[in-house]
Design a protein around this ligand. Structure first.
Ligand SMILES: [Zn+2]
Length: 394
């Protein structure tokens, strides 16, 4: 079963340089058929004044140092980017941060071990918050049906919860990891503006157009959750944030972001470990998206909706950075992309649906001109920790 080829993708227009397809969010092609993400990367490498950017960061950190309960808040998933961000801020700037972790409900064993090691090695205060699982499951199902994206609770929680703690702990400076400009073009390196991780970004980029208030209304008919259950997904009131005079920025706006080099650094300095991820080439990207047991599902749904998955996305990044030939990328995509992840079984169990209902739900959110093939039965191999992932049924 595992050796059957994955479902054949429909014919889409692809970037002539990196291979991203026309169904990629925010993509545009120029007259040479090169995408805007590629053009933006050329600009990042050649034209940004990184010395000036670093000076801005130096000054910002000094402005907030020692004046509040913490020097800054570092939102932390435990993945390579937030781990590097925390490491960099503590070693280069000697800040005293508050680490804030929003637990989406699917943290994997290796990640939890990494977290413990990182926190202990660096010596840091941590607050980890886990929202109500019954609410999480129900809003996952609603977001899947409405947008074909079940990660609403995770995205909104990750971006709003640390802001609530910034207010609670009177700590105005919040420092995130990679800027969104690395992957999409909602914000542009060429504008030379620093991306603020604020409410307008939250609404444009994070919520899928569904506020917590909307979500509460959408599921009100068949649930009786307490209105307070939606607080972790609600962005704090602007007046409270303004009173705090907050800044919420990405470290990657001030130093050139290099995910692979940074992953190697934290492996070396902190003993951070990579992991295999469902549907990905096992040895090529062991540092990417190891945080979530549902990552394979997220990638699979993207493949059904848009005709590409994360192999395409990662190889495009490597091609852009001159680390991979297009031909090799095409081989990897053909071999790995679009197979059913073993986590599909757990996902259906959590959301109380069968596969036919799942397929019907996803088919309503497909991005034209892609046409998914639900008939393929190619299955990706189970990861080593699959049997330790949470099951509803014992
Ligand atoms: Zn491109």
């Amino acid at each position: 079963m595992a050796n059957t080829p994955p479902a054949k993708a429909s014919k889409l227009v692809h970037c002539t340089k990196c291979g991203l397809p026309e169904t990629y969010e925010t993509i545009e092609f120029d007259t040479k058929g090169v995408c805007n993400v590629c053009r933006q990367q050329e600009f990042k490498q050649e034209r940004i004044d990184w010395t000036g950017r670093k000076k801005m960061l130096d000054e910002m950190i000094e402005e907030y140092r020692g004046k509040y309960e913490y020097d800054c808040i570092v939102p932390f998933s435990g993945g390579k980017d937030s781990t590097f961000t925390l490491y960099h801020l503590m070693t280069e700037y000697k800040v005293k941060p508050l680490v804030v972790q929003f637990n989406h409900g699917f943290m994997r064993p290796t990640l939890l071990e990494n977290n413990e090691r990182t926190f202990k090695q660096l010596g840091v205060d941590v607050i980890s918050f886990t929202p109500n699982w019954k609410v999480v499951k129900r809003v996952m199902k609603e977001a899947l049906a409405r947008k074909g994206d079940f990660c609403w609770h995770c995205h909104t929680g990750i971006f709003s919860y640390p802001m609530h703690l910034a207010i609670k702990y009177n700590t105005p400076l919040v420092i995130w990891g990679e800027p969104s400009t690395e992957y999409v073009s909602y914000y542009d390196y060429r504008d030379d503006a620093i991306e603020e991780v604020d409410e307008s970004r939250f609404n444009r980029y994070v919520t899928l157009g569904i506020t917590a208030q909307d979500m509460k209304g959408m599921i009100a008919a068949d649930t009786s959750f307490d209105p307070r259950d939606f607080a972790p997904y609600t962005y704090p009131a602007l007046r409270d944030l303004k009173r705090l005079r907050y800044r919420s920025v990405c470290l990657g706006s001030f130093i050139p972001w290099d995910a692979r080099r940074q992953a190697e650094l934290i492996m070396d300095k902190l003993g951070w470990k990579g992991d295999e991820v469902e549907g990905m080439p096992p040895d090529l990207y062991p540092y990417e998206k190891i945080e979530c047991a549902m990552q394979g599902m997220r990638d699979y749904i993207k493949y059904l909706k848009r005709g590409y998955g994360r192999v395409t996305q990662m190889t495009a990044l490597d091609i852009r950075n001159g680390r991979l030939e297009k031909e090799k990328a095409d081989q990897l995509i053909a071999e790995y992309e679009g197979k059913k992840p073993p986590s599909l079984e757990l996902f259906l169990e959590y959301l109380e649906m069968d596969e036919a209902e799942f397929n019907a739900t996803v088919s309503k959110t497909v991005v034209a001109p892609h046409k998914p093939d639900f008939g393929s039965n190619a299955v990706a191999p189970k990861t080593h920790d699959f049997n330790r992932w949470y099951r509803e049924k014992k």
